[in-house]
Design a protein around this ligand. Structure first.
Ligand code: FAD
Ligand code: FES
Ligand code: FES
Length: 491
């Protein structure tokens, strides 16, 4: 057990013995270190003004990711390398190429968003050699700029990659940083506390399991993209935190041939890459999951355990027939994902248990699958509703198996049992879709809220099923319709 938090800021080793467990990285940087380059715009992970880059050892290799400092708790940086806009310099000590490109292409006006945009582009620059416009837009979807407009920013980003990448200070220093982080990785559980509050960060799943048994009421923190907002917006002060992020084994993604097994700590970027192989629509769903900073921090386990009725992954995973492995001590309990959600914000997670793995069966070659996210904004928006459909059809064209899963239609992510029953045994055609749509009001009494009215939700839930039929019948038409929808969403 170690009682000192250790990480590297730029080139400086930071050691902190006592610390508020929910002090955000942004507040620490700005208020305690007076590094005020990173800005606070929203304090909820939406605007990207606070973007910093965090490096961590991932299976022995240094991996840098952009994250939102406003919702990340400082002690979760244990064993990491933190870089802010203040640390960027070119090899000759001048502006970093990302900063210079923004200057040259007039990519900054009032400048409030600029440090965040610099750090998002810097993370992209570190990780990718030749991103195209779509990839650059994707990397910037979590950075809001109110005044410059994105055209010059994207022009600056594209210019960075013309003529190859010049050598730069950090790229040269990576091996030395990796060696320093490896030295910090002593395998000890980190324990911090202040004023009756505690923070534990174990390194193995077995140690985590013991701690969860000892502290059954502690808040588990994975990527903190939900929990961070409880603190910054909900003003909650959790007395005890168990942090999962150092349990590297819980980040694994294993392809067993007929299933994908996700460790609960697999982040959304890695989950996206694995799910993309199952369906391009899953790839698109995950591309629209938060912004890049949220996908780097947020995890599959957190999205499920949070139990939100509008979480994006549960409907897709329920339709695919996913199962959960819940761990308690050395014991494991396996349940169908759909049975995990009991009632609004109430899940089948017993005291002392945590989500260990998510097992996703790969759809068989003859299966039909569809997933759609409907939100007011195309990028970085929470769903008004989300629908995922899985069908198997026999040689006569009759529906053998149907799973229709919806988010945003009830207090939990839920299957449409009555609509599924209306489909089973019928030919997959307009009449079957009409029959299923007619049963949707028996399955759901959706709410009206700021995202959508009840009537809109029910109508769209049916329309998406009809769109699924069009896609399966006439893939070319469906692609064109989807293309028009994307264009409309981009305005
Ligand atoms: C700007 C922004 C955009 C977002 N966009 C989307 C979006 O498009 N779609 C969407 O679905 N969500 C979105 N979210 C919500 C959030 O990112 C996801 O729900 C994310 O998957 C949560 O994962 P996490 O690792 O950050 O969880 P955390 O915040 O760490 O934890 C969430 C909950 O799960 C519990 N928990 C975490 N891991 C475990 C475990 N292994 N076992 C048991 N309990 C556990 C925690 O105790 C907590 O109750 C967004 C959030 C933000 C801030
Ligand atoms: S301040 Fe807006 S994302 Fe952090
Ligand atoms: S330059 Fe003003 S918000 Fe982007």
């Amino acid at each position: 057990m170690r009682r000192t938090l250790r990480f590297i800021l730029g080139e400086e080793l930071i050691e902190i013995a006592a610390c508020d467990p929910t002090l955000t990285v942004l507040d620490w940087l700005r208020l305690e270190r007076r590094l005020t380059g990173s800005k606070e715009g929203c304090a909820e992970g939406d605007c990207g003004a606070c973007t910093v880059v965090v490096g961590r050892l991932d299976r022995g290799r240094l991996r840098y990711e952009a994250i939102n400092a406003c919702i990340r708790f400082l002690p979760t940086l244990e064993g990491c390398h933190l870089l802010t806009v203040e640390h960027l310099k070119a090899a000759d000590g001048g502006l970093h190429p990302v900063q210079q490109a923004l200057v040259t292409h007039h990519g900054s006006q009032c400048g409030f968003c600029t440090p965040g945009i610099v750090m998002s582009l810097f993370a992209l620059w570190l990780n990718e050699a030749a991103p195209d416009v779509a990839r650059i837009e994707d990397a910037l979807a979590g950075n809001l700029c109110r005044c410059t407009g994105y055209q010059p920013i994207i022009a600056a980003a594209l210019a960075l990659y013309r003529g190859g990448r010049p050598q730069e200070r950090l790229a040269q220093a990576e091996a030395a940083i990796a060696a320093r982080l490896a030295e910090l990785a002593d395998g000890e559980t980190l324990v911090l506390g202040e004023a009756g509050r505690s923070f534990h960060a174990p390194v193995t799943q077995a140690a985590l399991a013991e701690l969860v048994m000892q502290h059954p009421d502690a808040i588990l923190v994975a990527g903190a993209t939900d929990v961070g907002l409880w603190v910054t917006k909900g003003m909650q002060i959790p007395p005890a935190i168990l942090y999962l992020g150092r349990c590297e084994e819980m980040r694994s993604i294993v392809d067993t041939g007929d299933t994908l097994r996700f460790g609960a700590m697999a982040n959304h970027g890695d989950v996206r890459a694995a799910l993309a192989a199952l369906s391009p629509q899953l790839d698109e769903l995950m591309r629209r999951f938060g912004g890049e900073q949220v996908r780097n921090a947020g995890t599959i386990g957190g999205n499920i355990a949070n139990g939100s009725p509008i979480g994006d992954l549960p409907p897709a995973l329920i339709a695919l027939g996913a199962r959960l492995l819940l761990r308690s001590g050395t014991g494991l309990r396996e349940i169908a994902l759909e049975d995990f959600f009991l009632d609004y914000r109430k899940q089948d997670r017993r005291k002392g248990e945590f989500v260990s793995e998510i097992i996703v069966p790969k759809p068989p070659a003859d299966a039909l699958f569809h997933v759609s996210k409907i939100s007011k904004r195309f990028d970085e928006d929470i769903s008004a509703l989300c629908a995922a459909f899985f069908l198997r059809i026999d040689a006569e064209g009759r529906i053998l198996e149907a799973r229709l899963a919806y988010g945003g239609m009830a207090g939990i992510p839920k299957r449409a049992a009555a609509a599924e029953a209306a489909l089973r045994g019928r030919v997959w055609d307009e009449a079957a879709v009409d029959a299923a749509i007619a049963r949707l009001p028996a399955d759901f009494t959706p709410l009206s809220d700021m995202r959508a009215s009840a009537g809109y939700r029910l109508t769209v839930a049916g329309n998406l099923l009809r769109r699924f039929l069009i896609e399966t019948r006439e893939p070319a038409t469906a692609t064109r319709v989807a293309g028009l929808l994307v264009e409309a969403a981009h305005g």
